[in-house]
Design a protein around this ligand. Structure first.
Ligand code: RIB
Length: 296
């Protein structure tokens, strides 16, 4: 079983600030760090660090070569990432003293992916393989349809949530990964239990995984419910926590961990990630996260 992450690769520019800048305000940052990110690339890194056979597809400019080098160092196959003569995706990230962030994206190569590239990439995958998607590249709806037709299992993290999500063929999605904001937008309701009930009702054949920060993570599929708890850590940087959770949850399920163990494993991985600075580089290794089989 191969996992294909068709998604964004971004150069993250992290400005450490006292507080998130307000409209009309100018503030100084205490540091500026260029690092590897993009929801797609982060999820591919998390899956690879968790021990999965992962393929990344997307597009970067020559300025994004370091993203590929880093992904490859984690074991991600980057053969389906095209390099073009334009800029890579960029994320301007304000990181405040409490570890919270505000992000402005420039799509760059993430918006330059073509239908032909999608068709050629998906041609190497089929029945039983898994595709992992987010909402930072173009043609996500076409990719969902094509992957479903090939018999692939479709995992969607509809993030960042915008008006394009409602137009996607969501009934073809097998597993949704949402945070509270995305879940509420998709469900049209806001308290946590209602989000889960509403989404499991609307997508009866799908699995719904809802991350809720300090409250942990909730799971729903039909009448089945689950909950994972975070590990208490000092919060340094929440960037990429959801991506870490997604990668580790998928990996844990494919490694046949029971639902409860998979929720706890993914929650622990995300907790470790928020205790470190950065997105992709903050994702923990399998040895830090997976319990020994005897302790499950
Ligand atoms: O989920 C975190 C990611 O969102 C960052 O790495 C940034 O690139 C944005 O895509």
């Amino acid at each position: 079983m191969k996992v294909l992450v068709f998604g964004s690769l971004n150069i993250d520019l992290i400005f450490s600030v006292d507080h998130i800048v307000a409209g009309g305000e100018t503030i100084s940052s205490s540091s500026l760090v260029k690092s590897a990110g993009g929801k797609g690339a982060n999820q591919a890194a998390a899956l690879a660090k968790a021990g999965m056979d992962v393929y990344m597809a997307g597009k970067v400019g020559r300025d994004g070569q370091f993203l590929l080098t880093l992904l490859e160092s984690y074991g991600v196959n980057t053969g389906a990432v095209r390099v073009y003569e334009g800029a890579s995706g960029q994320a301007l990230i304000q990181l405040d003293k409490t570890g919270q962030n505000a992000i402005v994206l420039y799509a760059g190569g993430n918006a330059a992916i073509t239908i032909d590239e999608i068709n050629r990439t998906l041609g190497d995958f089929g029945e039983g393989d898994c595709i992992v998607l987010q909402n930072e590249i173009v043609f996500t709806g076409k990719i969902i349809k094509a992957a479903h037709e090939r018999g692939m299992r479709v995992c969607l993290n509809p993030s960042p949530y915008d008006e394009k999500i409602a137009a996607l063929p969501l009934d073809l999605v097998d597993v949704f990964f949402v945070n509270e904001i995305e879940g509420a937008a998709l469900a049209g309701s806001s308290p946590l239990p209602q989000i889960l009930d509403s989404l499991t009702g609307r997508f009866p054949a799908a699995e719904i995984v809802l991350t809720a920060g300090r409250e942990g993570a909730y799971y729903g599929s039909g009448n089945i419910r689950g909950k994972g708890s975070i590990v208490e850590v000092p919060v340094v940087d929440t960037t990429g926590a959801g991506d870490t959770f997604t990668g580790y949850f998928i990996a844990a399920r494919y490694k046949q961990y029971p639902l409860q163990a998979a929720l706890d494993i993914a929650s622990k991985a995300a907790s470790l990630a928020v205790s470190r600075k950065g997105a992709m580089e903050a994702i923990p290794l399998a040895v830090e996260v997976f319990p020994s089989k005897q302790s499950i």
